[in-house]
Design a protein around this ligand. Structure first.
Ligand code: CTP
Length: 434
């Protein structure tokens, strides 16, 4: 097996010193690291210490002519299997979102055609600032994977919240998972890239070779549904679609042909995925039926259980004489159960979710049976856990074989693991059938 290579872009910030540990651990796993330091990073770690640990030349400036002549920023970005940005400061993230290229780090990031993983570290207020939220959403829409920062005390006294660099072992495990599943260029689905640059690339133009799910159709539901009350009002829930969309992105990275049926969400479309947008549960069921057959169905949407029996044709008005309106609700179709119980269309592997606020595993076990799913991914969505709308999740994988509880991790890592599990199951079934 050829040695995996990553380019590690180290941003300026107190957390930069943790990169030394990251480089060491990657080295232990046989992964070669070429580091690029931003000017600000040099205030926190020295090229000498980074070079000593990585055993590779360290790059510090776009206009460093010697290194430019020796390797060049294009080759630097193209020779890697993966680009990792850690710590990614708010400024570096903003540059990436804006497509700037005014130093070596941002130029490498703009020139690359390889997968990119971002591990942010910044003050919680900067992380929560609408500008950073916007930029992170842009990166996700561009197909860049952003790990959720850890929550806790910051170096500045009295500051706490999300913004600490994710734990080094978490970054390492994401790097390993991405190196295992992302064997191809992010952009190879675009035929133009097949002829661009003249750089060596073993990926074929359709970009699907080598993926663990290549040749498979994966159908995923995601997000909430909106059930109209009248033309301007609706019933909804707090689902953000992040987990379902992350699964779609991970499945596409694994080479699957992915259809994502999504309720109304505020996040971008995952790259390389066919997205069908719907509003209501009934529309979602119709879109799912239209997208079948599939090898795998993942039902991650938080479908509204009820809809208003007769939505108003016009906006309901309050008048002095009219009584407060009473809404009559009727039950929506259960999409998961409908598809799982229909022999003619049921995908061979059906994965449901369970959103619970108490007795998570007991309820999930019940849902496994009542819905006819092969697996239920159960999560605790009590408000204090911050799962709905948040970036992290703690899930239990419930199947006829038992319950597996996974530690808390970012939603993208949960997605990656679910996709790995799906690929392994299909592989085993295929081998058993032979
Ligand atoms: N689901 C669905 N259609 C519905 C309701 C739920 O497809 N009308 C799917 C969800 O996508 C999820 C699973 O069923 O995969 C469980 O959803 P959840 O909201 O946890 O359970 P409910 O069936 O709604 O049951 P309850 O609200 O009573 O917990």
């Amino acid at each position: 097996m050829t040695q995996k290579r990553i380019v590690l872009i180290i941003g300026g910030g107190i957390a930069a010193y943790k990169c030394l540990d990251l480089i060491r651990r990657l080295g232990d796993r046989g992964i070669a690291v070429r580091a690029v330091l931003t000017r600000a990073a040099e205030q926190f770690v020295t090229p000498l210490s980074v070079g000593a640990l990585s055993n590779q030349p360290v790059f510090t400036n776009l206009f460093d002519l010697d290194s430019e002549r020796e390797i060049g920023h294009i080759r630097l970005s193209r020779e890697a299997d993966l680009i990792v940005v850690a710590p990614a400061t708010a400024d570096l993230i903003a540059k990436m979102a804006g497509g700037h290229a005014d130093d070596l780090a941002s130029t490498v990031l703009l020139a690359t055609d390889k997968p990119v993983l971002v591990a942010p570290a910044m003050n919680p207020r900067m992380w929560l600032h609408p500008a950073t939220r916007r930029n992170v959403a842009q990166l996700a829409a561009d197909g860049i994977e952003v790990l959720a920062p850890a929550v806790g005390e910051m170096a500045e006294s009295g500051e706490a919240g999300p913004g600490r660099l994710p734990e080094v072992p978490e970054i390492v495990s994401r790097i390993e998972a991405m190196l295992a599943t992302t064997q191809r260029s992010r952009w190879t689905r675009n035929p133009v890239d097949a002829v661009s640059g003249g750089e060596t690339s073993s990926s074929p133009a359709d970009g699907t070779s080598g993926g663990t799910l290549s040749g498979r159709h994966v159908l995923i539901t995601s997000g909430p549904t909106h059930e109209p009350i009248d033309p301007v009002r609706y019933i909804a829930n707090r689902s953000s679609g992040k987990q379902g969309h992350a699964i779609a992105a991970a499945a596409a990275r694994a080479g699957a042909d992915v259809t994502l049926v999504s309720g109304p969400v505020a996040i971008g479309d995952p790259p390389g995925v066919k997205v069908v947008r719907v509003e209501t549960a009934s529309e979602m069921l119709e879109a799912v039926r239209a997208a079948l057959p599939a090898d795998v169905g993942v039902f991650a949407a938080a479908v509204a259980d009820w809809r208003v029996e007769t939505p108003g044709g016009q906006k309901m008005k309050k008048t002095a004489s009219a009584a407060t309106p009473r809404l009559t609700l009727v039950e929506n179709p259960d999409i998961l159960r409908t598809i799982a119980s229909d022999r003619n269309v049921r995908p061979p592997l059906v994965v449901g979710f369970a959103a619970e606020t108490e007795n998570v595993i007991t309820h999930a076990r019940r849902k496994l049976k009542s819905k006819g799913a092969d697996w239920i991914v159960a999560n605790d969505v009590s408000p204090e856990r911050g799962v709905m709308g948040g970036d992290r999740n703690t899930v239990h994988l419930v199947s006829a074989g038992g319950v597996e509880s996974w530690p808390e991790m970012g939603k993208s890592e949960v997605a990656e693991r679910i996709v790995e599990r799906i690929a392994a199951t299909l592989r085993e079934r295929g081998a058993a059938a032979e």
